[in-house]
Design a protein around this ligand. Sequence first.
Ligand code: SF4
Ligand code: SF4
Length: 458
Amino acid sequence: MSREAVNEYRHEKAPSNILRRLHDRVKLDPGKHGETEPGALLTIKVRKNRSLVMSLSTCMDCGACLTVCPAYLTTRNIRNSPLGRITLAKSMMERRINDDVINEAYTYFWQCLTCRRCTWACPFGVDVADITRTIRSILYELNLVPSYVAGVIDNLESTGNFLGFPEDVLKELIINAVNEIRLEKGVDVRVKVNEAAYALLLPSACADYTIALNTFKGYVLLLNELGMDFTLSTRAPDITNYGLFMDERHMRLIAERIVEEARRLGVKLVIAGECGHGWRVFKNYVIPRLREYGIEGTHIIYIAAEAIKRNLVRFNASLNDDATYIYMDPCHYARGGDLVKEPRFVLRSVVSRYMELNEKPELAICCGGTSGMLAKEMEELSTKYAELWYQGVINKGANCIVVPCAACKLQMDRILPKLNKLHERKITFTGLMDLVYKVIIPRKTTKISPYPNHEDLT
Ligand code: SF4
Ligand code: SF4
C-alpha cells in the first residue's frame, strides 16, 4: 500500500498534558523504552501479544468480511476494512516499520467502529474489533490517541461522567427531569441522590441528561411505578466507558468506580441504562465484579419487559400512534450483549406500528458514531458510515428510529438533520424508554418499599 492512498480523515492527537494524566493513573511510563525507536517498539509489542499473533495467523485473507464492514461498504477503501487492518497489523508483526506505517496504523485503526460485524461474517471467527483494540492500546503506549477519546476518558476518570459535569450540575439536571415528569404526567416521583437504597440507577449521562432526557424520565417513572427504592449517584453517574475503545487498563479503572460506589451506597442491585458499549463492559466486567460483593446487575430493559409481562404498569400504547417506528439494534446489544428479544418485546407492547431495520440482529448496522467517531473532525466520514442505515430506513418507509443506546443517539442528533436535508425527509429518532415514558399512565400514589423483593424482576 502506498502512502498516497492514506485517506484524509484522521483524529487530532491528544495533547501531552492529558496523556500524562492518563498514563499516571494506570502507572504507565512510556519513557522507560529509552532510545528504542517507535517502529521497532511497535513490532516488539505486536510480536509479544500471543492472542494478537494467533488472530493474525488465523486470517486466511478470504475477504468474506468485506461484504459486511460498514466502513468498507461506505468508503470502498480497502485500508479502511477488516482485511486492510489485518494486512496492516501483519506488516507490523513481520518487519520493523517506519513512520508512514505508524501513521497509517493510527489513521485506520481509529477509523474502525469496533462494531464486530465482520466477526460474525468471518468463517474462522477472527475478531477484528479485538485486533483493533489491541493495536490501539499499543499505540497509546506510544502517545498516539485521539484527543476526543483521551478527553472523554479523562472526564470519566476524574468526574465519573462523559461530559465532565460537576456534581451540582448533575443534581440540577435530575431536579429538572423530576419537575418535567410532574408537569407532563401529573405525578410526584421520588428520586434519591447519593443515598442508601436498594438499587443504584446508572444512566448514560452524556445522552440521558442532555439530548435524551425522555429516556431518563422513562427509567425514573417506571421504577417509581414499580415501587423500587433506588438512588442516583453524582460520583458514579455514568455507564459509558471509553476505556473499552482504547485501553483495557482504563476500562477497568472507569468500571471500578461504579463497583466502589455501589458498595459505598450499600445497594443490592445496579441497573444499567441505555448504552451499547457501556452494557458490554457492564455485562462482562462490572456484573462479575459486583457479584463478588453480593450485588446483582441488570439492564432497565429487562426490568421494563418483566413489568409489562406481569401487568405491573398501566399504559396506553395508542399514545405512540404518531409514527411508524423502526428498531435499530445497538451493536453491543446484538453481538454478544444478549439484549435482543426484550427490547423487541417492549417495543411491540408500547407502539402499534413497528418494523425491523436488520433482518438478522447479529448483522446489525452500526450507527457510525461509536468508538471515537463522534470527534468533530471525523464527522464527514461518520456521515458516510451513517448512509448505510439511513438508506435502510428510507427503503423500509419508517419515520422514527428506535435506538436504546447513548452513542447512537448522539450520532443521530448530529447526523440526521444533515441527511434529512440531503434526502428531503423528516426522519426522527428516540430511545426505547422514551416510548415507555410516553405511554405509562401513572398511579397517583405509589408505595416505595425500602427493602422490596425485586430479585424476581431482574
Ligand atoms: S469492527 Fe466493524 S468497522 Fe471495524 S473492521 Fe469490523 S466491521 Fe469494519
Ligand atoms: S473473513 Fe476472516 S479470514 Fe477472511 S479475510 Fe476477513 S478476517 Fe480474514
